[in-house]
Design a protein around this ligand. Structure first.
Ligand code: TYM
Length: 334
């Protein structure tokens, strides 16, 4: 694939995808297909860094694949596959485990958040997870990586690992340093219950997030219950600094209506949040429910989804094997 532009990104199959995944990542995945070659991966090896019931994992891999397709990723344009079906991810991850430094991993905030207070009990996989993420990207020599803001630190680590590999093995420019592509305006969608936490699959209350499979009824109930503010909508962004839930709702609305935040605020200023909530429910329902319906329809034909993954894996494997051959050579492995 030489030095041409190549996009790679991954999504964990650990449950329902939500509005954060959609606005932070998937929407970007779809638009990038127009400009560049893209590889999108259902990262099942990442998912098992915390225990997954095997039958649920299998279902979640298919559901994430269906979500890729339903949002508009086209398997005839982009490669869609699941990580464990290309063994090069695990092989390169091992090599990169030997390049990456313990001190670098110790700085990863996501490990600290996910491992919680009892780090001794976290899996070793969870700790070295960012090295596997670097392997995902570098296995294809990807140049661009669309992700939400929560993945920024992991991407910086991937760049450090690529740079160290190139230095250690005396092969400048062998691995390109991958560029993060983080949406400028809406890089972190926050929980509907607590505007200081990101919207996440793992938060217990389902009222904290809009899932791509939610019905119109569920969306409007969740938005009605979403935390906002008892004061009317102000006329400037600064007044929202200490009101993260209100700011989050306005930001989501501005993104979905393709209007800038200042304009949205000036139009709604002085109104109660119930006015914003009605408008927001309407735009969410019209953008999200067709995706949810399509996901459900695609899940009725699992062999079709498996077929797409199989074909994608074959294509991914060709690129991976070619690159691995050179990587093994650089390291001195026969
Ligand atoms: P994951 O599965 O947690 O999330 C998938 C994508 O969704 C984005 N995202 C969000 N964006 C905005 N607001 C939110 N609340 C929000 N929640 C999630 C994430 O930033 C991500 O882009 N480690 C990655 C998966 C991965 C990967 C890779 C990504 C594995 N290998 C290689 C890029 C390249 C993860 O756990 O994403």
């Amino acid at each position: 694939m030489g030095n041409k532009k190549l996009v790679f990104s991954g999504v964990q199959p650990t449950g329902n995808l939500h509005l954060g995944n959609y606005l932070g990542a998937l929407k970007n995945f779809v638009s990038l297909q127009k400009e560049m070659e893209c590889i999108y991966c259902v990262v099942d090896l990442h998912a098992i860094t915390t225990f997954q019931k095997p039958s649920e994992l299998l279902e979640n891999v298919l559901e994430t694949t269906a979500s890729f397709l339903a949002t508009g990723i086209n398997p005839n344009k982009s490669i869609i596959f699941n990580q464990s079906s290309v063994s090069g991810h695990a092989e390169l991850a091992w090599i990169l485990n030997c390049v990456s430094r313990i001190g670098w991993l110790n700085r990863m905030t996501q490990f600290k958040d996910k491992a919680g207070s009892d780090k001794e009990k976290a899996s070793v996989g969870l700790y070295i997870y960012p090295n596997l993420m670097a392997a995902d990207i570098l296995l294809y020599k990807a140049t661009h990586v669309p992700v939400g803001a929560d993945q920024k630190q992991h991407l910086e680590l991937s760049r450090d690992i690529a740079q160290k590999f190139n230095n250690d093995f005396n092969c400048q420019d062998f691995f390109p340093l991958p560029e993060p592509m983080i949406p400028r305006k809406i890089s972190r969608i926050m929980s509907l219950r607590d505007g200081t936490k990101k919207m996440s699959k793992s938060e217990e209350s389902s009222y904290s997030r809009i899932n791509l499979k939610d019905t119109a009824d569920e969306i409007s109930k969740k938005i009605k219950k979403a935390k906002s503010d008892s004061d009317p909508i102000p006329d400037n962004i600064k007044s929202l600094e200490k009101k993260p839930e209100a700011l989050n709702l306005l930001t989501i609305y501005s993104e979905l209506t393709q209007n800038n935040l200042e304009k949205v605020i000036s139009e709604l200023s002085g109104k109660e949040y119930s006015v914003l909530k009605t408008k927001l429910s309407d735009v969410l329902i019209s953008e999200i429910t067709p995706i949810g319906k399509e996901i459900k329809k695609l899940l009725d034909n699992k062999s079709h989804l498996k077929n797409i993954l199989r074909k994608g894996s074959e294509k991914a494997n060709i690129i991976a094997e070619e690159n691995l051959k050179n990587i093994r050579e650089k390291v001195g492995l026969i």
